[in-house]
Design a protein around this ligand. Sequence first.
Ligand SMILES: Nc1nc2c(ncn2[C@@H]2O[C@H](COP(=O)(O)OP(=O)(O)OP(=O)(O)O)[C@@H](O)[C@H]2O)c(=O)[nH]1
Ligand SMILES: [Mg+2]
Length: 378
Amino acid sequence: MDGKLIEVKRRVEEIYRKGGAGAVERYVEENIDQWKNAKVSIAVTGGAATGKSTFINGIRGVRPSDKGFAQPGFGDTTKEPRKYKHPTNDKIEFIDLPGFGTLKFPMSNYIQTMKISDYDYFLIFFDKVISENDVVVAKELKKMEKPFCFVRSKVDVDYENAIYDGRQQDTILSSIHQSVIQSLANYESLKADAIFVISGRKTNIGETPELLEHMEKRMPVMKYESIMRSLDSFSADIIEKKYQLLKSSLYTKSLSLAFKVIRYDLKDLLEEAYTEYLNAFNIKKGKQSIRTDQTILSLVKTCEQTNLMGRSLDLVFKGMISKAIFQRAMFAFPAVLYGVIVSYRSNAVKMHASLETILDKAHNLAKEDYEKHVHSKL
Ligand SMILES: Nc1nc2c(ncn2[C@@H]2O[C@H](COP(=O)(O)OP(=O)(O)OP(=O)(O)O)[C@@H](O)[C@H]2O)c(=O)[nH]1
Ligand SMILES: [Mg+2]
C-alpha cells in the first residue's frame, strides 16, 4: 500500500475511534479536493515483450534518441519499474514494469517485487491471447480491489497477416474483441474496466485514442476512489473487530444480567445494554430504542414468566422472608431450590439471546451509519 494511503488510514482510524462515522465524513469532505487532485499512477504490466515500453514511448511521442525513451527489446528488457510522465496531463504518471512469467521475473514473487499495491490503475498487456499468467495477475488485482483494463497489443501485425492470408481487414478489431471476450467467458469475476486493441508502433491503427480517452476520463477520480475504497473496507474492518470483541463478552454480561433482572426491570436493563453498544460503535442514539423491537419484547415476556422463582430468592435476600422459613421450604421442597437454579439458568440463556439480538441491531446500525455517511460519497 502506498505511503499516502497508510497515512490516511491511520488518521481515519483515530478519527473514527474518537468521533465515529460522522467525523470520518467531515474529514473526507475536507480532503476530497486534495485527493481528487493527487497524482495517479498507471502501471503497464503484462507478459514479456508484449509491447509495454513501446506503448509508453508511442503515447509520449519520444524517439529512440530522445531523453526518457523506454528501451524496447526481445523480452526481459525492462529490468525494474520506471516512471514516465504523461505527455499532457501532469496528474498522470506511467510505470513501465518488467514483463512477468519469465525466469528473470517469475510469477511467484512478481506482485511483491514490483510493489503492485503501490499503483492506482493497471493496463495488462498481451499480444496474442490472454494467458494463464494474465489471469493470475488480474485475480491478484481483483483481490487488492485495483482497477485494470486489458490491452491487446501489436494489432498492426494482424493487419499485415490479414493481407498475407487474404483475410478481411475491416473485421480484425471486432474479431479480436470477440475472441478476448470468449476466452474470459469463464472468468466472470475478472471483469475488466474495458478491453482495447492497439498498436504501440502504429498508433493510427486500432483503439489507442479510445484507450487514452478512457484513461483521461477514469483517472481524475482514481486516487479518490482508491482512498475511498480502502477506507471503506478499513472501517468495515474496525466495525467488525469491535463487534467480535463485544460478542466475546456476551456470555459474562448475560450471567450478570440474569442476576440483576431479579431486582431491576428487564426492559431498562436491555435498553441500558443497547445504549452501551451504540456508544461502543460511536452511534448517536437519536430515536433508536429497543423497547418496541418485537424479538426483544417476546424475549422479555418469557423471561419474566420464568422469573418468579428468582424473585422469591430476592425476597429472602432482602430479608422479607426469614431465611429459616426459606431454608425449611427448601429442605422440604428440593424442587423449590431446583426451580430457583433453573430459573436463573434459563434467565441467563434468554438474556444471552436478547443481548445478542441487541448487539446485532447496533452492529447493523453501525454498518448503515457508515454507508450513509461515507460510502455514499463515492
Ligand atoms: N509490430 C509491432 N511490434 C511491436 C509493438 N509493440 C512492441 N513491438 C515490438 O515488440 C518488441 C518488444 O517490445 P517492448 O516494448 O520491449 O515490450 P515490453 O513489453 O516492454 O518488453 P519487456 O520489458 O521485455 O517485458 C520490440 O521489438 C518492439 O519493437 C507493436 O505495436 N507492433
Ligand atoms: Mg519493457
